[in-house]
Design a protein around this ligand. Structure first.
Ligand code: PLP
Length: 376
């Protein structure tokens, strides 16, 4: 690579665009592309632009800070956010024309006060908890929550633009929680209807449900992981044509000989059983390479799979070159799209006992990001 970059994340924006349009065509409903957490490590602003260009009607983020960054960068489309905290400053969000999510009457009261202060109605979506037991109004609170939302709408404090919920087990299509949650969601929708609410969009599905559970698509789907080309339900055969967007690469910083019996890295957790060569890769746990991947991860060096040896360090990891001596500066792909011998984020997740979401979202640190593709 040029410019002396130590290690970099290369994001293919054409892959993002392809995935957004493929999933939009597959689901046939409005696409809410989830770009929280810096677009799962891919970089929020370029991903947001690519998703909009590919037809995403909505973007979604978790926090109002993410809202501010998107609006400051010039995004003017529909934008949903869902994780506010007590005493959140809603004035900016109301002026920024964002669709807020409320979980409780107390939150609606805060939004009402801000709308009065700003002198303009907010847009509010209502989240009902159907069994994830995370955010959203618990079933026992649905009636007062929905009634408060209706009253605020009649008082001009907001327009209720959506009702939604979130699955716990969508990556396991046969899990009974899916049917139970969807039945509960339908109950909430019926109650909202009785109360006189007429939301613009009703939505329940994340990536896995959007792909695997057509009856859960309603008016829109909230798709995060699949946008990035990663499989939200590894091991479930669905054949969706997704393209992996992220490649993480570096250059070998050093190649040297090890003798049989030489031990490697902190704690000497690996000892060379025979003479070999070892390569130094300048990325470590500060870049999001999990320590849990010590002696377990594999990377490719010049297209050839190589095992990580010894403990992952803060700034670097060591790979076994098996006696070969590729030149320093040779390309190391930590993970990327399947094919070409490369390890994938899914391979890394399995090696580390985690999920592909965590691998891509945590990768970064001092790495630079570079974008390829027509929309970059
Ligand atoms: C993160 C998130 C999503 C996206 O989930 P994926 O599995 O990445 O598609 C959707 N909805 C909510 C509420 C989320 O927090």
């Amino acid at each position: 690579m040029s410019g002396g970059s130590r290690a970099e994340i290369v994001v293919d924006l054409d892959a993002i665009g392809h995935n957004v349009s493929t999933l939009r065509a597959l689901t046939g409903v409005a696409m809410i592309t989830v770009v929280k957490a810096d677009a799962y490590g891919h970089g929020m602003l370029p991903v947001a632009r690519a998703a909009r260009a590919a037809g995403a009607e909505w973007l979604a983020v978790a926090t109002l800070d993410e809202v501010r960054r998107l609006r400051a960068a010039g995004d003017t489309g529909r934008l949903l956010t869902w994780l506010t905290v007590p005493d959140e400053q809603y004035d900016h969000a109301i002026r920024a024309d964002v669709d807020l999510t409320a979980y409780s009457v107390a939150e609606l009261d805060e939004i009402a006060a801000a709308a009065t202060h700003v002198g303009a109605p907010a847009r509010v979506q209502l989240k009902v908890d159907t069994g994830l037991s995370r955010g959203g109004a618990a079933r026992a609170d649905w009636e007062p929550f929905l009634a408060r939302a209706r009253a605020g709408e009649q008082a001009g404090q907001w327009k209720v633009t959506g009702i939604w919920s979130h699955f716990a087990c969508a990556d396991e299509p046969a899990h009974p929680a899916n049917d139970a949650q969807q039945a509960a969601f339908d109950d909430a929708l019926a109650l909202a209807d009785d109360i006189g609410l007429t939301p613009e969009i009703r939505h329940l599905a994340n990536s896995a449900a959007a792909i695997l559970r057509p009856q859960s698509r309603y008016d829109a789907v909230r798709v995060g992981l699949a946008t990035y080309g990663l499989d939200p339900a590894p091991g479930v055969d669905h054949g969706t044509d997704l393209r992996v967007a992220m490649t993480v690469r570096a250059e070998l910083a050093l190649v040297k000989q090890l003798e049989a019996g030489d031990a490697v890295s902190y704690g000497h957790t690996w000892t060379a059983p025979e003479r070999t060569t070892i390569g130094l890769v300048p990325a470590g746990y500060a870049e999001g390479v999990p320590v849990a991947g010590s002696n377990r991860l594999e990377v490719t060096v010049d297209g050839k799979r190589r095992p990580v040896r010894g403990r992952v360090c803060m700034d670097q990891v060591l790979v076994d070159l098996g006696g070969d001596t590729p030149p320093e500066g040779s390309e190391v792909v930590l993970f990327g799209p399947p094919g070409g011998g490369r390890a994938t984020a899914q391979d890394w997740a399995e090696a580390c006992g985690t999920i592909n979401y965590e691998i891509v979202t945590r990768i970064g640190g001092r790495m630079t990001r570079r974008y390829t593709g027509a929309t970059s």
